[in-house]
Ligand binder design. Sequence first.
Ligand SMILES: *Cc1c(COP(=O)(O)O)cnc(C)c1O
Length: 428
Amino acid sequence: MLEKLINKYPIIEKMTKEEEIVWVNPNCDNKISTNITLSEIEDVSERLNRFAPYIKKVFKETSKSGGIIESPLKEISQMKAYMEEIAGESLKGRLMLKCDNNLPISGSIKARGGIYEVLWFAEKVAMENGMLKKEDDYACLENDKFKELFSKYSIVVGSTGNLGLSIGVMGAKLGFRVVVHMSIDASQWKKDLLRERGAEVVEHTGNYSEAVAVGRKQAQEDENSHFVDDENSRVLFLGYAVTGLRMKEQLDSQGIVVDKNHPLFVYLPCGVGSAPGGVAYGLKHMYGENVHCFFAEPVKAPCVFLGVLTGLHDEISVHDIGLDGKTIADGLAVSRASGLVGSLMGNLIDGFFTVEDSKMEHLVGKLYSKESIFVEPSAASGFPGYSALQLNKEYIKKFSNEAMENSTHIAWATGGGMVPQDVREKYI
Ligand SMILES: *Cc1c(COP(=O)(O)O)cnc(C)c1O
């Protein structure tokens, strides 16, 4: 099978050798499927607004933003200078960091999709039990009668770490029983933290997909149990997609224009594809062909890349091409893509690039020394996209010189906020 694949897609040979690759998707046509509409994303945004008074009340760190979970967008010119130094030439445009490593509550991009899915489920349960209406002040959810109701339900998730943390912290706060299935190689501190916050952690000797499969099966056997399906959840995906709407507001408020003469490039670390997929989907809704979304994957686990390249999506795993999927990038240590993402929006992904573990580690250190910002290794995988695409003269040809001068580049820092001090020091 591998030989046939390589004949058809020669680039797979490079993948099998764990070489770093940049690939521009020839099938990117920016045609948004009608499967998820803008009004559906707006509906998610309204749901998050309904919950804001509750979030504000129970997570004090969100009081400044009125209970809205959002992160800063910062220009990082020292880091830009460093990327130029290693590229050996000047790089055009403004380099910015989307600081999801600073997202309140759980310090990673999972605070978008993961927390949203918990809130969505809580609202559904409370409404079905006749205890909540859209018009209510959701701060009432803090009352014991809701905790008592939610304690009869469980939320189950399979996670490499950050999704579990987001679901665990939010779910336990509302009063749900939370069970997190993790692969044995997930970081010890994440398991400890989850247990400390009141979630049950079940460890699996197999890989991530197996942990997810067991969780899914157990949840199906219990009707009061909701499984957050990282590999298929539309709710999760929608939670991420809201970001696109919010990015427009954020860019507008900083006076940053996005149009044909001011293109926006976004570099998104990718695991199963749900988080980067949702964000890219939202961004394409806002900016269409003027936003260019590139996904970053570890050389050892390019599962979404492989799925989109071959059109096989979740029907192929990196094991099929001889990779073990093991990487230090916790959030990206995934062998198989989400079944939802590739089929829903493979044609909206502008391309992929792969990154070696050692490079991610190195960039974690550099970002800290240049900008005093700490991110986890997964979250540093976006930076190489900034230089790699500009060094790809064939790709960059389609933009005018002026457009590139005016361009904005966002490396998405997807996590790191919950990493304990001693672990941070080791990375730095
Ligand atoms: C989960 C995660 C990602 C990728 O999200 P997917 O939905 O799995 O693609 C990237 N970075 C970090 C730090 C994560 O936790």
